[in-house]
Ligand binder design. Structure first.
Ligand code: ADP
Ligand code: MG
Length: 343
């Protein structure tokens, strides 16, 4: 009989693209549409980089979401599966990566308000994950869920769950557990989706208030919303098992923070214009994809914070968000190249 065909090893990193429609400004400035998401099998993005079709550039990803894809479609296509993996005991991460104004926050958080406990149709991945998580846990008798919510700006961490902005959060190596630990970080146990939504709203509000005081904070900071789930189960022999899974939902700084000034631009680097965490994240992902023996986790706070969720037995999704307009063509190309290298 024929020997079974070996299954190709499944990649731990999935890469998606989401392209919004042109915004009012792009329409007003008559900036043409240069991105098509109607390509082959919903997996291609075609960029019109010049006047002739011959100069079109085609990129292929795990799936491409066009402007017609609503929030529910994006959640079902990306995060629902990752949530299942989390409940199996994996550490998982979703990153939104892209130029400021392309929909990272819309995709990750969107409208987080509820009416009579029902989410808005504009609710993004985090609120939908909270609702779906507690629905899945209805079958479980013994579990706990905790939330943390961190902001990273200029390689400094700030806890979005505490009101005292001066409270220090510090990452350090935990030699006993051979992992990293975060000192001073608030972790709140929640027992329902609405408790989680309340923490999300509180933290998002703190982020918003701070960004009106500091102009570039909103485009230059990262936010990391983390759910840690403990589940106690009994295996068929009656032995008790504890499964622990973690899901990190990350709204990254605008990609123009490494693109426009150029990663190799020494002057920009010295002026602190390069976002160290965003740059290092790209290098860490490339090292993981290339199975390099050295993964530079230690070179940024973001990659240290997420170290136990990147590489090894973990699952990662990257959602590259782009604008379809010609004015953004250069940034869009850089974003797609970054995403392409993560495959
Ligand atoms: P970013 O976080 O990347 O800077 P935002 O998420 O704030 O961008 O999006 C910028 C604006 O565009 C917001 O008003 C947002 O509601 C809107 N927007 C982004 N993506 C979409 C989309 N797919 N559908 C509808 N509106 C969107
Ligand atoms: Mg944003």
């Amino acid at each position: 009989s024929p020997s079974p065909v070996p299954k190709a090893e499944e990649s731990n990193i999935s890469v998606y693209v989401r392209c919004r429609s042109r915004n009012a400004r792009e329409v007003r400035e008559a900036s043409g549409v240069v991105v098509s998401t109607m390509g082959h099998k919903g997996r291609e993005v075609v960029l019109q980089t010049g006047p002739m079709a011959i100069s079109n550039k085609t990129y292929t990803f795990d799936r491409v979401f066009g402007a017609e894809s609503d929030q529910e479609t994006v959640f079902d296509g990306i995060a629902a599966n990752l949530l299942r993996e989390t409940l199996e005991g994996y550490n998982c991460t979703v990153f939104a990566y892209g130029q400021t104004g392309t929909g990272k926050t819309y995709t990750m958080s969107g409208d987080i308000s509820t009416a009579h406990d029902v989410l808005s149709e504009n609710a993004g991945i985090i609120p939908r994950t909270l609702v779906s998580l507690f629905k899945s846990l209805e079958q479980q008798s013994d579990f706990s869920v905790k939330v943390s919510f961190i902001e990273l700006y200029n390689e400094e961490l700030r806890d979005l769950l505490v009101s005292d902005p001066s409270r220090k959060v510090r990452i350090y190596d935990d030699p006993l557990r051979k992992s990293i630990a975060v000192q001073g970080m608030e972790e709140r146990y929640i027992t329902s989706a609405s408790e989680g939504l309340k923490l999300l709203a509180e933290g998002s509000y703190r982020r918003q208030v701070a960004s009106t005081q500091c102009n570039d904070l909103s485009s230059r900071s990262h936010s990391v919303f983390t759910l840690t789930v403990h589940m106690k189960t009994t295996d068929p022999s009656g032995e008790e098992l504890v499964k622990v899974g973690k899901l990190n939902l990350v709204d990254l700084a605008g990609s123009e923070n490494i693109n426009r000034s150029g990663a190799e631009n020494k002057r920009a680097r010295e002026a602190g214009m390069i976002n160290q965490s965003l740059l290092t994240l790209g290098r860490v992902i490339n090292a993981l994809v290339e199975q390099s023996p050295h993964v530079p986790y230690r070179e940024s706070k973001l990659t240290r914070l997420l170290q136990d969720s990147l590489g090894g037995k973990t699952k990662t999704c990257i959602i590259a968000t782009i604008s379809p307009a010609k004015v953004s063509l250069d940034e869009t190309m850089s974003t797609l190249e970054y995403a392409n290298r993560a495959k």
